[in-house]
Design a protein around this ligand. Structure first.
Ligand SMILES: CC(C)(COP(=O)(O)OP(=O)(O)OC[C@H]1O[C@@H](n2cnc3c(N)ncnc32)[C@H](O)[C@@H]1OP(=O)(O)O)[C@@H](O)C(=O)NCCC(=O)NCCS
Length: 158
C-alpha cells in the first residue's frame, strides 16, 4: 500500500451533490449498496436533502455526511445516520482512487469525530461479506461482527 494519503473531512454541502451523484450512478460504486442498482435522480435528491436537513443529533434517522478531499479535490464521502442501536457509518470512494488507502484514512477521520458529534461511542456498519475491501478496513479498526441479516454482516465498534 502506498503511503497514507492526506485526507481532509468537512461537512457535505449542497454544492457537493454532483460529485455524489456521479458515484451514486456508477454501478461499480453501488454494487454492494442496497439492491446493487445505481441510484435514480429522485433517490439522489431525497438522500442529499435528508443529509443536509441537520436534524438534532439525538433524533433517530438524523444524518450527517462528510466530503473527503485530497489536495482540495473530492475523493469520497462518509455518511452517518443515527439508528436505534448506534450510529451507522458508510463510506464511498471515487473508483479512480480505490486501493490507495483513502477509505481507511476517511474512516479513521470519521472515528475521531462522529462519536463526539452524536455523543455515543457505538458505531455500526452493515457490509456485504463479498465487499472484501470494506470488510477488511472495518476489521482492522476493531469492528466486531455482531450478526448477519439478509446477507449483510452487521459490525459494531463499541
Ligand atoms: C469499499 C471502498 C470504500 C474501499 O475504498 P478504498 O479506498 O479502495 O479502500 P482502502 O484502499 O482504504 O483499503 C481498505 C482495505 O481493503 C484492502 N483492499 C483494497 N482494495 C482491495 C481489493 N480490491 N481486494 C481486497 N482487498 C482490498 C486494503 O488493502 C485495505 O486493507 P488493509 O487495511 O488490511 O490493508 C471502495 O471500494 C468503495 O467506495 N466501494 C463502493 C462503496 C462501498 O461499497 N462502500 C462500502 C459499503 S458502505
Amino acid at each position: 500500500m502506498p503511503s497514507t494519503p492526506p485526507i481532509n473531512l468537512r461537512p457535505f454541502l449542497e454544492t457537493d451533490t454532483e460529485f455524489f451523484a456521479v458515484m451514486a450512478t456508477d454501478k461499480r460504486v453501488t454494487r454492494f449498496i442496497g439492491d446493487g442498482k445505481s441510484w435514480d435522480e429522485q433517490t439522489i435528491q431525497e438522500r442529499v436533502r435528508a443529509a443536509l436537513q441537520q436534524d438534532p443529533f439525538d433524533a433517530v434517522g438524523s444524518s450527517r455526511w462528510f466530503l473527503a478531499t485530497e489536495a482540495n479535490e473530492p475523493v469520497g464521502i462518509i455518511v452517518s445516520t443515527r439508528k436505534e442501536d448506534g450510529i451507522e457509518i458508510g463510506y464511498w470512494v471515487s473508483p479512480i482512487h480505490w486501493g490507495r488507502g483513502v477509505a481507511g484514512v476517511m474512516v479513521d477521520g470519521a472515528l475521531a469525530t462522529i462519536p463526539q458529534a452524536y455523543g455515543t461511542k457505538k458505531l455500526i456498519a452493515r457490509v456485504d461479506p463479498a465487499n472484501t475491501a470494506s470488510a477488511k478496513l472495518l476489521i482492522r479498526r476493531g469492528f466486531i461482527l455482531e450478526t448477519n441479516h439478509e446477507g449483510l454482516d452487521h459490525n459494531a465498534l463499541v
